[in-house]
Design a binder for this molecule. Sequence first.
Ligand code: GLA
Length: 698
Amino acid sequence: MTSHLSARHLASVLAAGISTLALVSGTLASEMTVVPPQPDFPAQAKITYVPRNAIEEFRSLPSYLEPEWVTEQFVETGALPPVEERLPKEPLVFKTGNMPDGIGVYGGTLRHVVGGRPEGWNYQAGQAQGWGGIDIAMYECLTRTAQLYQVEASDMEPLPNLAKSWEWSEDGHTLTMHLIEGAKWSDGVPFTSEDVIFMWEDNIVDPNVSPLNGASRETFGSDTTLKAVDDYTVEWTFAEAFPRQYLFNMAYGDFCPGPAHILKTKHPKYADTTYDEYRNGFPPEMLNWPVMGAWAPVEYRPEDIVVLRRNPYYWKVDEDGHQLPYIDELQYKLSTWADRDIQTIAGSADLSNLEQPENFVVALRRAAEADAPARLAFGPRLIGYNMRMNLSGNGWGEPDEREEAVRELNRNPDFRKAVTMAIDRQALGDSLVRGPFTAIYPGGLNSGTSFYDRESTYYYPYDPEGAKELLASIGLEDTDGNGFVNWPEGTLGGQDVDIVVSLSSNYTTDLSLAEGLIGQLQQVGLRVVQNAIENNQFDNQRRAGKFDWMILRNPPALASVMQGTTGLAPVGPRTSEHHRAGPDGTLDLMPYEEQMVDIIDRFIATDDNAERAELMKQYQTVVTQNVDMVGLTEYPGALIVNKRFDNVAPGAPIFMFNWAEDAIIRERMFVPADEQQDYQLFPETLPGKLGGDGPVSG
Ligand code: GLA
């Protein structure tokens, strides 16, 4: 692997004190210009591209294997049916040729650390499981896209998963999907189209429910319908012809069904309950939650740990017939995101997405040492942050008078320009980390995506004086001499303008960025107050539209374009992060937003790669020229994995179509027998009865 070398190389660059390239000079500040080139970043892992069908296929094998202790303690005692009866007719088979280290061995523990906290298991109704890949381990989705980082662009289509194949009707308006047949939830109950339709009708389409990552009908097209044909077939109809783009949204995190047989017991349509009771009816204490994923939660100790054990009904195998996963246990220590980096570097945890630049230097130094317990590999510049302004002028989030006045400012192009001109992005980046990591990022697509075109990326260079003039030109001046601009006469009594910026307090980087932003805006007389709140609360508030401004790490659409494309513009009432419909269900779009919507609609409707590339250039131009989002910084992230693990997909970026916890295919990773340590908390146990005491032994 190149990663080790790269880490060493980078560490020496840092030691020599070489810092970022200076900004290209010569342009008049405040004049809109094309963004300067990103500093060269030498340490990116190389990716070997493969055709899509090299990764997996669905077929039955002559015989199947499972860990010996499962056979002896569970099957032979009659507690479980034999493995071949627990598997679907045609399991998903990972091809050996695509496994970096080949067929694996059973056993071992994958120790994670997370900064999130579980709200409960009802992902389908919007509850968080604590992030860091807990939900990704538990829930499987119709298609899978995280692995597409290694698929050639000409072959770009989601991988099958719970949907094992699909065909389009001749006119392209109907898509028939075949689900895996005979697969079961981890409690042994069959997985069928009922689970898929329940996800669609009663979670995605039901306006009272919003799944965790915010899917709504529009995520799949405004007039889209879905119905069951039989237990293992579902049929989509679309207004557009061949909208293949929606197949991407059927992957994580928008179409990952939960167990209908359990969830229905508390959904208001089927039970005498409220929507709140539905959302919150499955707390993290309810152990042994049924999953389609490789591991099910068997232990939860608040502020301490979540433990997941292998799912005995998991429906994926290797070519020798070993039922996956190889790894018996996943652990999630409940701590902080910064601690995840530190522990993984130190060897007391196994996996981290190094995504907070504040930890880059210490991580690189340690990874460069010969006895380092973990490997570290950087990917492309795909981690980005924007400051998003709430652009709803018609009541999303029920604003009060001050909030409404702020929204009017947000909708004023000169105000947005003034704000972006007041930001010294070089200083902001350097405050996180020095070195060739962060780049001037004006917003829109991240420079690491294949769709990125620098010539279409505009920005207003740092110009605090120009920003002040622009603010004055729209009536925002410091009339009482206290250093902060006031509302014009007649608005809010002419008092100081004050704006609240919301952010997640769980990330050091978000806090650093907020601090820098607030300080810089103060220089132009804008008083911004920070509202840093715990991540789950932040997510709930921002999705409810309760913010003036927010600092938001970029969603996958800005890092991959193909994933979550509907999130790139307000194409539906609930698709955009910062502009959703008001209480009457309508969107008050500004003309440039209409343009964005039109571009995204056309992007979804076309299959022509050249046209797509062209449309994304237009998108980037409209977004950056109109300052639809205020870019703060972007930089590469690095994947850190303990060296005892094999089959870690090489070059997996920490974030592109999805997070690395999905991209690296954990169900295929293994620890060679001689490196297996005694880390398991519940050895030789399996998930027990729902709500019961935890895992059971045979
Ligand atoms: C959090 C972390 C990411 C990643 C995701 C996975 O957001 O910050 O690095 O682990 O969870 O869901």
